[in-house]
Ligand binder design. Structure first.
Ligand code: AMP
Length: 408
């Protein structure tokens, strides 16, 4: 589903575009319309599914388009850790970049300056406050936090917050909020204590369950950390190394599919392509050849990643990092079906590292990094610290923690 279908304000669309998002992830597809309708939502969704944007996008849109009071905090996002608060604030900055929606992250461990800035924002009223429970409670107790017109409450990673013993702090914060508000609860798991919390906080919630299956253990997963220019030579190297019978290569764009297929054909590999520029007959013809084993190498856009049952693929190459964890699992699930064994290699460029790290988080463990052959030249480092930088075409370097709403 394209983001244009949600009917978002153009200023928000510009932020989505600048963040490099094209299609909504499954959790976004399900959750965004419900939030736009004003429903309370309880969603089980893990990190890596795009859950942050699933609540930030409709939230920003509502703040942009629905009437709301000034001089009050409008939305409160409560999260378990400082790291998550910072990460969500960065998402927020990226997505709201072209809007006047203000936001602030409020978390423990900051210095005196941070405290003064937080106090100023909370007493004047920020549009979106992203906070950890302890620090927020401390501010509320000091009496200056303006909550009178608050309309939205979001609890993110609620199971982790309860595990960390934040129940009382959360309830204290909630007691200071207006009773009439829209509530959203996200949690990776749904144990009884989360359902109990939901019963206390949410009103007739819609329930969304995005559970992601883990890929089968027997798939050998490896990642190659590369520069863009090394991708085509690396595909050729891998195809030469072992005599794979059936190889599926996924690219994220039609152009990449066409370029790679052309290069493989020139190098005398038996390869063909499948993407939406081909008519249905041609697509079926290519697919039949591939399924029957007459075509050993198929290069595809992700029109093939879901639901198509092709047996006996022994190698899947993610030429580009799939756009979310679910796509990754679906793509590599094309290999090692039934009793067969399979390998899944993913190429990760510098600008895709953050996305890949999110996928690794979802899988619950890092994917082993394979060595790129020396003749392909030096490779970038896998810099897990890059995970704290926003992605996207734009350089979001402008510090914009809190802007006075009077400027709106
Ligand atoms: P989250 O599950 O919210 O932690 O998001 C995981 C990663 O997916 C983050 O790096 C997001 O920037 C990215 N992301 C979220 N939504 C989309 C989308 N629709 N298209 C591409 N990337 C996305």
């Amino acid at each position: 589903m394209k983001f244009t279908e949600f009917g978002f304000d153009q200023r928000l669309m510009d932020g989505i575009d600048a963040s490099g998002y094209e299609n909504a992830t499954p959790v976004q597809e399900q959750v965004i319309p419900l939030i736009m309708e004003g429903k309370d939502v309880i969603a089980s969704a893990q990190t890596g599914t795009g859950k942050t944007a699933a609540f930030l996008l409709p939230l920003i849109n509502k703040i942009l388009t629905d009437p709301h009071e000034d001089h009050t905090n409008n939305a409160l996002v409560i999260v378990p850790t400082r790291e998550l608060a910072i990460q969500i604030a960065q998402h927020m900055e990226g997505l709201s970049y072209f809007t006047s929606v203000s936001s602030i992250a409020v978390y423990g461990g900051g210095d005196g300056n941070a405290f003064v800035q937080e106090k100023k924002a909370l007493s004047q009223g920020a549009d979106v406050v992203i906070c950890t429970p302890g620090k927020m409670m401390a501010h509320i107790k000091m009496g200056y936090v303006k909550m009178g017109g608050l309309k939205y409450l979001i609890l993110d990673e609620a199971d982790r917050m309860l595990d960390m013993g934040f129940y009382d702090d959360i309830m204290f914060i909630i007691d200071s909020l207006p009773k009439k508000r829209q509530n959203l609860l996200f949690s990776a798991t749904m144990p009884g204590k989360i359902r109990e919390l939901a019963r206390k906080i949410l009103h007739h919630p819609e329930e969304i369950n995005i559970s992601i299956s883990k890929p089968p253990e027997k798939i050998v997963q490896e990642a190659y950390i590369v520069y863009d220019t090394q991708k085509i030579p690396l595909v050729k190297h891998l195809l030469h190394k072992k005599n794979f019978k059936s190889v599926l290569v996924f690219c994220s764009s039609k152009i990449a599919v066409k370029n790679l297929t052309r290069d493989l054909k020139r190098a005398k590999f038996l390869a063909d392509e499948i993407h939406s520029d081909l008519d249905q007959n041609k697509r079926e013809e290519v697919l039949i050849k591939f399924k029957s084993g007459r075509l050993p190498i198929l290069v595809a856009t992700d029109i093939l990643s879901r639901g198509i049952d092709i047996d006996n693929i022994d190698l899947v190459i993610n030429y580009d990092v799939p756009h979310d964890g679910e796509d990754y699992v679906h793509r590599i699930g094309r290999t090692a079906r039934a009793a067969a064994e399979g390998s899944a290699y993913t190429f990760v460029t510098v600008k895709e590292q953050r996305k890949f790290l999110a996928i690794e988080k979802l899988l619950g463990k890092p994917v082993p990094k394979a060595e790129v052959p020396a003749e392909l030249g030096e490779t970038p480092r896998y810099n897990t610290a890059s995970s704290s930088r926003p992605t996207g075409k734009k350089n979001f370097s402008k510090p914009r923690r809190f802007q006075n709403k009077a400027k709106r």
